[in-house]
Design a protein around this ligand. Structure first.
Ligand code: RRO
Length: 357
């Protein structure tokens, strides 16, 4: 049987469904070159701001066999350096995506337009807007602020980037992890209104975790009062649930890149079952270097052989579990409307009796 592990993100083709999670092995030219030459299907840059940033003070990253925690604080070389990288390495066997910060909307807007103007020269094939960085001191996540999220998406819709064909650039969002059913529905309702979104990456680190070194009796990281974004196998159930729920709510409107706790082929297989079309690797990449991708491809192939699948579409989104989010949300809306009507009726009755006095 010929076995095919290729996939697509929007209209961009990947010969393997694995890529790095932004933030892992993608800061420097050297790391990006390692990613360009490894066996991943695509690669993505560190989240980029207009100007270079040093990020938060060290120690700011910790990982062990179960988890990772970081409060990097968006260190990156700045937009010009990553554009220079893309221009000088435009011959690629795989798609290169930029991760773009949404921390300062004026800068973000400028970067959107510049990416659009240079994309033919840089051969950038995707842009992932990071609306979910958990570590900016003094700033919450845009993913948890619906108004801010809408403002950003309006800006994106009106930008030159949105005019570029889907065949040339895939546009997506790196999503915060959500935990509440109604939150999922609210966010999905907003995303539905924006036609030029091709993918969601679910999930970014779970924010504000605390990992304690019980020998030193202190947090393993220093910034943000010792709190940081969690990754690794402990976040996989949350990642899977986010992929599944957004796939259920958004259907074919977007492709989903599963992210969180992928360290072997079976983790990836689970993400595909939940509805992912591709999978990114974070903590495990730090542990194992980009050599991980050859192993992951091979493990996925073995699983597919064992289960007699010839391609990823045969099992992507196959997990069939009952979901009543839409019904529950509808019921909640009706209950709220009824409550409002009751109040209006009571007020009218009161006004009437008052008028009759
Ligand atoms: O740089 C970071 O602190 C960071 C970012 Br931008 C992000 O999106 N997710 C994360 O866990 N760390």
């Amino acid at each position: 049987m010929t076995l095919d592990i290729s996939t697509t993100i929007g209209n961009i083709k990947l010969y393997s469904p694995f890529l790095n999670a932004s933030g892992c092995w993608c800061y420097s030219y050297k790391e990006l070159e390692d990613m360009r030459h490894c066996q991943s299907g695509a690669y993505v840059s560190k989240t980029i701001t207009m100007l270079p940033r040093d990020g938060n003070p060290e120690p700011r990253l910790f990982y062990d066999v179960n988890l990772s925690v970081n409060s990097m604080g968006l260190p990156n070389m700045g937009y010009a350096a990553y554009t220079h990288y893309s221009l000088t390495t435009k011959e690629r066997q795989k798609p290169f995506f930029l991760s773009i910060s949404t921390m300062d909307l004026k800068d973000t807007h400028q970067m959107m337009n510049m990416i659009a103007m240079t994309h033919l020269d840089t051969n950038v094939k995707g842009v992932e807007f990071n609306v979910s960085c958990p570590n900016i001191i003094g700033k919450g996540q845009m993913g948890y602020d619906i108004e801010q999220l809408k403002n950003f998406l309006d800006l994106l819709s009106e930008s030159k980037l949105s005019e570029i064909s889907r065949n040339d650039i895939a546009i997506g969002l790196k999503m915060s992890p959500y935990f509440d059913k109604y939150q999922f529905q609210t966010v999905a309702d907003i995303i539905k209104d924006y036609p030029r979104l091709d993918f969601l990456t679910c999930i970014n680190g779970i924010g504000n975790g605390l990992v304690i070194d019980n020998v030193k009796e202190e947090s393993v990281i220093a910034p943000n009062n010792g709190r940081g974004g969690l990754g690794g196998s402990i976040v996989k159930p949350t990642g899977l649930a986010n992929v599944k729920t957004f796939k259920r709510l958004l259907g074919d409107k977007v492709d989903i890149i599963g992210c969180g706790g992928v360290s072997d082929g079976m983790d990836a297989f689970e993400y595909f079952l939940a509805g992912a079309s591709a999978v990114s690797v974070g903590t495990q990449l730090l542990r194992e270097t980009p050599l991980a991708f050859g192993r992951l491809n091979q493990e996925l192939i073995t699983i597919m052989e064992d289960k007699k699948y010839a391609s990823i579409v045969e099992f992507s989104n196959k997990l069939n579990i009952d979901e009543d989010i839409k019904i529950e949300t509808q019921k909640r809306k009706e209950a709220e409307q009824n409550k409002e009507l009751e109040q209006i009726k009571k007020r009218n009755a009161y006004d009437l009796s008052y008028a009759m006095c």
